[in-house]
Design a protein around this ligand. Structure first.
Ligand SMILES: [Zn+2]
Ligand SMILES: [Zn+2]
Length: 305
């Protein structure tokens, strides 16, 4: 799995940075991609990558500010012009349904694939299947804004095939071994299935936050994550300006990373006041607090490991 930053600017695009959108590329894990926020021109940015709109499975929206939302109609309707599109889930704050329904109705657009819209009323589990679970919590911003904690489930009950073969255990017993039982074989041998299982592989945890002040919810969402994506709208010297507008600074994001003991912090949602060449200065001040920090630029790819 990897994170692909499609847009990294706050509020409005610049010539170097488009507005916010992030892909969690889950092609190896589930043959799909998940999109977090969808600022204007997200579909243009997506075309510059080797990711495919056809593989879109879930869109998570953190909040309804335009720099996180205005690309949604384009993504949804362009996808509609392609053949045999799979269903899409759209998860976001209350109001997202009215936004999509209004845009499609006014523009006389019809979606050719099923779109399931899930409006978040509360905090908690917003998605779960056999391999992934996503939890949302409310952050502190000027309007209702969510952060998402994406948890890949641990991979357990993996068969140790070489050992099974070495002990001449017939393939027909493998499903029983996966259950972890004590098994009596046809030749009367008694085996303990646990002796033939590999140790579990721990699932990854990725936390992607919307716009926010530093708050307890961000720490809870980010606790022990492999990667935390945190906004850093302003540099450390503009802390009052940032916080007044419901945003964080580079250093505040780094403090959250440190408190929640994440492995890797990635900063995004950078104010248009900072040209790209100033990224290094912003990065340095965050790294002084939390060393394993990166600052995203458009189309940057970070593996989750
Ligand atoms: Zn924003
Ligand atoms: Zn915002």
């Amino acid at each position: 799995m990897e994170l692909v930053f499609l847009g990294t600017s706050a509020g409005k695009p610049t010539s170097d940075r488009n507005v916010t959108s992030i892909v969690l590329n889950l092609m190896p894990e589930r043959k799909t991609i998940w999109l977090f926020d969808c600022g204007e021109a997200t579909q243009h940015q997506l075309m510059k990558t080797d990711l495919r709109l056809a593989k879109l499975e879930i869109i998570f929206i953190t909040h309804l500010h335009g720099d996180h939302l205005f690309g949604l109609p384009g993504i949804l309707t362009s996808r509609s012009l392609m053949m045999n599109m799979s269903p899409v889930k759209l998860i976001g704050p209350k109001g997202i349904k009215r936004f999509v329904e209004t845009v499609t109705e006014v523009s006389d657009s019809i979606l050719s694939y099923p779109l399931e819209i899930i409006e978040l009323e509360d905090e908690g589990v917003v998605f779960e299947d056999a391999t992934f679970k996503v939890v949302a919590r409310k952050l502190e911003h000027r309007i209702v804004c969510y952060g998402y904690r994406i948890m890949q489930k641990d991979e357990t009950m993996r068969l140790n095939i070489p050992k099974l073969q070495a002990d001449n255990i017939p393939v027909a017993y493998y499903p029983l071994v996966k259950n972890g039982d004590v098994i009596e074989l046809a030749d009367k041998r008694l085996i303990n299935a646990k002796d033939y299982l590999e140790p579990p592989i721990k699932g990854k945890i990725v936390t992607i936050l919307g716009d926010t002040l530093p708050c307890d919810a961000t720490i809870a969402l980010a606790r022990d994550a492999d990667v935390l994506v945190h906004e850093a709208t302003q540099g450390a010297d503009l802390v009052e300006k940032a916080n007044m507008r419901g945003h964080s600074t580079t250093v505040q994001a780094a403090e959250i990373a440190q408190k929640s003991q994440v492995n890797h912090l990635i900063l995004t949602h950078i104010s248009p006041r900072y040209p790209l060449w100033q990224s290094r200065k912003l990065l340095k001040e965050a790294q002084a607090v939390f060393a394993h920090t990166d600052i995203a630029k458009d189309l940057a790819i970070f593996p989750v490991n």
